[in-house]
Design a protein around this ligand. Sequence first.
Ligand code: 13P
Ligand code: SF4
Length: 358
Amino acid sequence: MSKSQGVNVAPARFFREQAFEAAEETSGPEREALMQRIREQLKAQDAVLVAHYYTDADLQILADETGGCVSDSLEMARFGFEHPASTVVVAGVRFMGETAKILSPEKRVLMPTLEATCSLDIGCPPDEFSAFCDQHPDRTVVVYANTSAEVKARADWVVTSSIAVDVIRHLHARGEKILWAPDKHLGDYIRRETGADMVLWDGACIVHEEFKGIELDELRSRYPQAKVLVHPESPAAVVAQADVVGSTSQLLKAVQTLDADTFIVATDNGIFHKMRQLAGNKTLLEAPTAGKSATCNSCAHCPWMAMNGLRNLAHVLETGDQEIHVDPRIAEQALVSLNRMLNFGREQKRQVLGAGDA
Ligand code: 13P
Ligand code: SF4
């Protein structure tokens, strides 16, 4: 088995030195007026709002109350594809908008800002990734959804965190060796879970990478009854302390179903909005991050997710600005690897439902 071999073009320090422009918070009558404008525009434009759990609570409220969806990245892709609206507005980061467009090329896909990207996407430039693949022609190429359309087009499979372990276990059982990109922590976790032979690209999420094992251990000793929920983009020392490791949706399910009053949560703190809605009676603690006293752009909150706000959402709906376009040739290739994931998920669901009927 090989350790990470890719080119790390995007160290966390680089991102900490960047200036990120978070969407400005709104309150009182301005907030209400913006929310009303957005509700009206969604109707007028035959648009549906699909928001990630890490986005601002007001966007999640709007998506829920207007018949859109708030979910993890896999469900966002499914929902946008299956919904009949002619415009899909994606509140999240760029790869989510691109995925919606690739799956539904006939639809208009808007985002509050096209500037919202992801350290994993930036850290995996298509040319370098393609050269990495060329070095390993015998391997099945599996990429995380947090990548550009070009990188997806070079891959055999796309996966999100909610389905990654199952897909790789399936490929491993077929005797396939894997090239994984871009998140090395998620790749390492999948490798430990499945025993698959994987070479890993050297990328990381700047938000999850900041969760720290030693500090988490200290916090756990203060709350010995607490269950620990961890997103698998976190480092191994954090994952090792988890009661549940999973995608955002899987962590939300755990907070509702596990028999505990207190949870320590190692993922973006945007998720607390939904967690409080679903499990308001439980005590929710943020897992410790490093750098709170230093210049930290990403301490438990994604600086790109934070760019989505009510003002830019109202603006794009009114102007049609910030529309996602994907080169149709690239989209056609990327669709193959995306569809493998969606079909795999459908088949899994069918089998679970079938087993339930038996
Ligand atoms: P999920 O697929 O779990 O929602 O994760 C997306 C993401 O970007 C996590 O940082
Ligand atoms: Fe990317 Fe991390 Fe932000 Fe998710 S939280 S979008 S992985 S930078």
